[in-house]
Design a protein around this ligand. Structure first.
Ligand code: PAF
Length: 278
């Protein structure tokens, strides 16, 4: 496995590759990321995993400075998983001049996570487009845990006619249901015990929505109150169409329950897709 830090060297290594799979990451990898890499491996001949903590997608009060940078440990995991290339550029390599042109994402990027992280998806879409242009992959794999990110990247690919197939990887969970995330490492012992409640709350949301006894807005409000009483700072609990991410129309059957909430200093997100069978 090669560990490459410059675009020139990456171009040389990829020159004769015809079927490239890309897994963009910010590092501090867990089993969910490794699963994305093995998915890419099944569907391409050469797998590139990028590791870059992208300053453009962090707000002023977010965790850019403290985000764990663990390239050595990450590289060992990726080598074991059969990855061909780790692309770990410096900030100066990816942004040699200030990035004054950025992607303006669609309106949905300012709802859900975007409501409290206004520039976040512009930063994500911009760096992902740059990585696509640098690596020129045939496929790219993104996790469903970041459901809204996945939706926006699919829009990026379709609206800019990018010749890349986007593959969605299922969320991997700890034994108690907590979605695997690089940010779980920020939780202290008591918070870690409590953290699984976000998934459980979303499971209750799904059950309640399927029973159709309460309207969806009421379910969202009651779940927000429930988590708030237990000490969570809830950004949102929302039931949306899984296809459009908009509030569901009356005949929408494929839905997704999404949530984002803070435990202490740690912001956790999760989601569950479900069908409303009538
Ligand atoms: O999901 C992430 O880790 C990041 O948002 C991504 C897609 C690597 C872009 O920086």
């Amino acid at each position: 496995m090669q560990i490459i830090h410059t675009i020139t060297e990456l171009n040389q290594s990829l020159a004769n590759q015809k079927n490239i799979g890309l897994v963009p990451t910010m590092g501090n990898l867990h089993a969910g990321h490794i699963r994305l890499a093995t998915t890419a491996k099944e569907q391409s001949d050469c797998v590139v995993v990028s590791i870059f903590v992208n300053p453009l997608q962090f707000g002023a009060n977010e965790d850019l400075a403290s985000y764990p940078r663990t390239l050595d440990v990450d590289s060992k995991k990726l080598e074991t998983a059969g990855v061909d290339i780790v692309f770990a550029p410096s900030e100066g390599e990816l942004y040699p001049t200030p990035q004054t042109m950025t992607i303006a994402p669609p309106p949905i990027a300012y709802e859900l996570c975007g409501a409290s992280r206004s520039g976040h998806f512009s930063g994500v879409a911009t760096v992902v487009l740059k990585l696509f242009n640098i690596v020129r992959p045939n496929i790219a794999v993104f996790g469903k845990k970041d459901f809204q990110q996945l939706f926006i990247i699919r829009q990026l690919v379709s609206q800019f006619n990018l010749p890349i197939e986007i593959i969605a990887g299922d969320t991997m969970r700890e034994e108690d249901g907590l979605a695997m995330s690089s940010r779980n490492g920020y939780l202290n012992a008591a918070e870690r015990l409590e953290a699984q409640r976000l998934y459980r709350a979303l499971s209750l949301v799904v059950d309640a929505a399927k029973k159709k006894k309460l309207d969806l807005r009421e379910i969202e409000l009651q779940t927000t109150q429930y988590l708030t009483q237990l000490g969570w700072i809830v950004d949102y609990i929302s039931i949306r169409s899984a296809k459009t991410l908009l509030p569901p129309a009356a005949d929408d059957q494929n839905l997704v329950a999404l949530g984002a909430a803070r435990l202490g200093k740690t912001r956790l997100i999760d989601n569950i897709e479900f069908d409303l069978v009538s």
